[in-house]
Design a protein around this ligand. Sequence first.
Ligand code: FAD
Length: 442
Amino acid sequence: MNNVTIVGGGPVGSLLALLLAKQGRHVTVYERRDDPRTTTPERGRSINLALAARGLRALAAADALTALQPLMTAMPGRILHDENGQTRFMPYGQHPEEINWSISRAEISRALVTLAGKQEGVSLHFNQRCLNIDPDSGTLQFHDQRRGIEHTVHAGTIIAADGAGSAVRGALEQRQSCQSTEDLLAHDYKELSIPARADGSHCMDPHGLHIWPRGEFMCIALPNADGTFTATLFMPRSGPVSFDSLRDAAAVRAFFTAQFPDLLALVPDLETQFAEHPQGGLATLHCWPWHTGNTLLIGDAAHAIVPFHGQGLNCGFEDCLLLDRLLAQHETAAAAFREYESARRLDTDAIAQMALENYLEMRDTVRRSDYALRRELALELERRYPRQFVPRYSMVMFHPEISYSEALHRGQTQERVLDALIAEGVSAASERAAVLIRDAGL
Ligand SMILES: Cc1cc2nc3c(=O)[nH]c(=O)nc-3n(C[C@H](O)[C@H](O)[C@H](O)COP(=O)(O)OP(=O)(O)OC[C@H]3O[C@@H](n4cnc5c(N)ncnc54)[C@H](O)[C@@H]3O)c2cc1C
């Protein structure tokens, strides 16, 4: 298992290549797209994304953080926009390091491929679309898109990081080596670009994730380092207020005028962008098992989730860290893959659930007055009992030492403590709070 073949040179595949090569392995990566170091990348599934502590920890382990830091914009909190365009800043946490970072998807891919390309032991092949896999013989079939020919690679240990639509997973399913289902959300998304001011500066505060929560739907915007923002509208596919209901330019303008007047003022070509940009679907992928013999699925190929906790890539990067450690500990790839699968499954299930739950919080709960009170109570409990009580959002985003499954479990227990304190009308400073926390086993 000194030779590893990775299918998919996206962020997860590239980071894994870096980590494994730093352990002295020979890693060959096959990627279907052009080399991002020499071409303008094709439009991905999202223009920018939020990196948090789990992703940063994995990047640091691969010595990749220094190269990425100049590309990252700090987002210390949410900036909520109401229907009148009034804004309110809500910090994500209460410690200076509790920050999420916005980064361009294209830049992160380019930076990781660049680092992987410089790393001894990594060999990168672009324009190679994987068509099929035979896990028994460890062979992969590719279409070389430049030369227009098909060829076979004898790989041995294979790790598939080819994303949510994984061709490797599809081929394994055909051979009944794994099964997958996709829970499609009834809500879709569409991205819109908010231009920079004429002097290149941001036209809104760049230090936050902007949210326009509207109950059944929402818009968000993340800053880009070049002065632009990428906004994303999430809303039902069909129904009275839905993508289906925004059939023409007039309907789009009327909708934005009523719901997001301040955002409308920042997107002069709204109708054109709305008509031209694709409408994307969102799903949670359940796949099992992830490994067969010497072949493993990782990242979105194994467990794509909805984007509402900003954790899909962070989770994929955390996969890489765990897998790297287990491959170093085990004699065979199959043994490492087996342990990886059983250690990781509970956590990826947990983040899938929390990502779905966070949609309701972002689009609806966050704008309610009782949400602010509950949140203040949670933060006060954290100040008084920092080891026992950490808000669930903070556990997921800022505490990589707490697993996703533990965050889910502790979060549920903490909710019961908050419910009791609110029902009884007692403060975080009360003796009752100490008793509740102790009795809950926190
Ligand atoms: C709207 C939206 C917003 C998001 N926001 C966030 C966020 O804020 N924070 C976060 O952490 N995550 C976010 N995510 C999730 C994140 O984008 C994914 O989890 C992440 O990109 C997964 O990385 P990956 O490398 O596993 O897969 P991908 O990024 O999908 O990369 C797969 C790679 O494999 C290649 N490939 C595909 N098929 C083949 C083939 N047959 N042969 C060879 N190569 C192939 C592709 O070209 C690609 O380079 C968001 C997702 C969406 C849709």
